[in-house]
Write a new protein. Structure first.
Length: 134
């Protein structure tokens, strides 16, 4: 496992992207909508890891609800794995609660699965695997 990215909930990508470009000293290399999750994303590469900014596309979206409850800030940490279904089985067998029973398509060409924060000391945890393009 390696850290793939850290997700940060923001109210506005229009405001957040320039701020993070100044702070990180690098440009946003990609924006993407994940309609199934109700989010717009923006990515920044930092060495082998990334920062993902997340803006809700609806007032009832998961990111909008997160910001309403906790404010803007760190939303999740994502770990890259080489075999997502096997890792999901391992986590389930270790007693972690998975928020999706099957891998689902996420941003940045990834299959993803989220683990409930109540079992990970309050940190929403994402497992992700690159989608094979062959």
């Amino acid at each position: 496992m390696t850290i793939d990215h850290i997700g940060i909930a923001v109210k506005s990508l229009e405001i957040a992207i320039p701020l993070y470009e100044k702070m990180l000293g690098t440009s946003c290399y990609k924006t993407e909508e994940v309609a199934s999750e109700g989010v717009l994303t923006a990515f920044f590469k930092l060495g082998d890891s990334k920062i993902e900014l997340l803006q809700s596309t609806t007032e009832q979206g998961v990111i909008a609800r997160f910001i309403e409850k906790k404010g803007e800030g760190m939303h999740h940490i994502a770990y890259a794995v080489s075999d997502l279904p096997a890792e999901m089985t391992r986590m389930k067998n270790e007693g972690f609660e998975l928020l999706n029973a099957e891998p689902k398509r996420g941003a940045d060409n990834k299959w993803v699965c989220f683990m409930h924060p109540k079992g990970t000391q309050g940190v929403l945890t994402e497992l992700c695997q690159e989608i094979d393009q062959h």
